[in-house]
Design a protein around this ligand. Structure first.
Ligand code: MN
Length: 211
């Protein structure tokens, strides 16, 4: 299958997130589900103006679309972006919040444990498929959740981390125990360095706009 969009490389080997997320889950979640969103998106955008647009722009342009074709494009473009963001939100090696991120977490949540509790709650209470997010707006951190393929990025909100709570993310390893999946991921494999870089990017943009 050829097309403008490619499956971004997984930023670690398939077994790197074990025992929290098995290589078997990766074999379906990354190589089948994520790949399928890329392939479907490429098919849907063929011979449309979307074929020449950046992925982020497609997501933002179709997020509130009314037409069936555009809704399908949104669902697949959103899922391509969300999954790429999710893989980068996870780390095989232990990371901890540092510097400006650690200070913002302390200020906005009262500490990392309270933030993790909010992320867990967001993921547990997302009815059906979706995503739990740590986001920043003007440097202020908050937790939110989205359904299906939706992403805060569609509204121009800066994303720091996400956790996939679609059943395909956890069913092979945790069966129906979404809370256990969330607690294990949040305690062990969140990539706080990625969150720091995403926060710095927003702070940099705010600084540049003020100059
Ligand atoms: Mn997924």
């Amino acid at each position: 299958m050829t097309g403008p969009f490619k499956l971004a490389p997984l930023p670690y080997v398939d077994a790197a997130l074990e025992p929290t997320i098995s290589a078997r889950t990766i074999s379906f979640h990354y190589y089948k589900h994520h790949q399928a969103y890329v392939d479907t998106l490429n098919t849907l955008v063929e011979k449309t103006p979307f074929a020449d647009m950046k992925l982020e722009k497609i997501v933002q342009a179709t997020a509130k679309a009314a037409g069936d074709k555009e809704k399908k494009i949104f669902n697949n473009a959103g899922q391509v972006w969300n999954h790429d963001f999710y893989w980068r939100s996870l780390s095989p090696s232990k990371t901890t919040p540092k510097g400006a991120l650690a200070a913002a977490i302390e200020r906005d949540f009262g500490g990392v444990d309270a933030l993790i509790a909010q992320l867990a709650e967001a993921g547990k209470t997302q009815f059906g498929s979706g995503w739990a997010w740590l986001v920043s707006q003007g440097g202020k951190l908050s937790v939110t959740k989205t359904a299906n393929a939706m992403t805060p990025m569609a509204d121009g909100i800066n994303c720091l981390l996400t956790v996939d709570v679609w059943e395909h993310a956890y069913y092979l390893d945790y069966q129906n125990a979404r809370p256990k999946y969330l607690e294990t991921v949040l305690a062990n494999i969140l990539n706080w360095d990625y969150a720091s870089a995403n926060l710095a990017r927003e702070n940099e943009a705010v600084r540049a706009a003020a100059e």
